[in-house]
Design a protein around this ligand. Structure first.
Ligand code: MLT
Length: 324
């Protein structure tokens, strides 16, 4: 009798403490882990969202870059963090492809996280160093077929969006290229502008300004229609790669076990950030748009993650690509 009373009392205390935590949440700085190096597209999107959410929540959201292994190290860091709402993860499509690419992951993709909401879906661009010889997508494909052992393709590691786009591109043109992995496409961009590597496929949130200033050369976007911020860049379909389309969706996650009250506050704040005029404008300047409110929900992100794990598994298995 005494034992069950003590257990009940302990439960009420825990619930009370939990409710107190949720009631005054957030009362200190929140860390948002970006699972790629600073300066890349995931970092850029996160910093814009973090700044806006911080103003709304009255506490700073600081970005921590945890790069490596195509984003799986950073995701693993958050999966193991306390579920107190003070460590979040902003990750993209790579969280779903890594579930198949990595046979040993430091987390269980579909059970390690709670969901705040979808953030944005970013187009990709096939880009090269500014003095790369081919002048358009068709001549690029011909050139790659003839020089496949000489051209270097840079990505942010197996599981990165730049890896996925590269894998689909190489499959489409039936030409494997020499791949150079980095911890993010921030450092990739530095080397592309510096002409240390030849080619990559990266998100418009990292390539738009470099394309506009002529620091890199763009061959195509991976979208149905041309990207408004890049009106002179043809789609891959226009360039002869029919149906070569891939969009990089991004989601905001918390460790599994985060209280529903905290998640509710975070989802409401994310939805406000996605309507923030500064976020909307900066996203547009970088070739992307915020997710609609109906997608910036836990249910939408949970459904997206599980459907994307299912969608990419057979594609990756057919490609015979694994990370370990
Ligand atoms: C990717 O390739 O997954 C991302 O562009 C990497 C990054 O955001 O740095």
């Amino acid at each position: 009798m005494l034992k069950s009373f003590a257990a009940a009392a302990a439960m009420f205390v825990a619930l009370g403490v939990g409710a107190a935590h949720s009631a005054d949440y957030p009362n200190r700085t929140i860390t948002v882990v970006v699972p790629f190096a600073a300066g890349g597209p995931t970092d850029t999107v996160t910093r814009l969202i973090a700044e806006s959410m911080g103003k709304d929540l009255g506490q700073q959201l600081i970005v921590e870059n945890v790069g490596g292994a195509g984003g799986t190290l950073g995701a693993g860091r958050v999966a193991k963090a306390d579920a107190d709402g003070y460590t979040l993860l902003l990750h993209h499509i790579g969280i779903s492809t890594s579930a198949t690419l990595y046979r040993k992951l430091p987390y269980d993709t579909l059970n390690a996280f709670d969901y705040v909401g979808l953030v944005t879906e970013v187009p990709m661009t096939i880009v090269a160093r500014s003095d790369f010889e081919p002048t358009d997508l068709k001549s690029l494909v011909d050139y790659l077929k003839a020089n496949k052992d000489k051209v270097t393709y840079a990505n942010a590691g197996v599981g990165a969006a730049s890896h996925l786009c590269g894998m689909l591109f190489m499959q489409k043109i039936e030409t494997p290229l020499v791949t150079v992995p980095y911890k993010g496409t921030g450092p990739v961009m530095t080397d592309l502008v510096g002409k240390q590597v030849d080619l990559t496929c990266d998100q418009t949130t990292n390539t738009t300004n470099q394309i506009k200033t002529g620091k890199i050369k763009a061959y195509a976007t991976t979208t149905k229609e041309r990207v408004p911020a890049l009106p002179d860049v043809p789609t891959a379909t226009e360039g002869g790669l029919a149906g070569f389309e891939v969009g990089i969706w991004h989601g905001l996650y918390a460790p599994k076990g985060t209280s529903p009250e905290i998640l509710k506050k975070l989802t409401a704040s994310l939805q406000k950030a996605l309507k923030d005029p500064n976020v909307v404008k900066r996203f547009a300047d970088l070739g992307t748009t915020p997710s609609p409110e109906a997608d910036a929900t836990p249910e939408a992100l949970k459904a997206k993650l599980s459907s994307e794990v299912e969608r990419w598994a057979p594609v990756i298995k057919a490609a015979g690509v694994y990370a370990d």
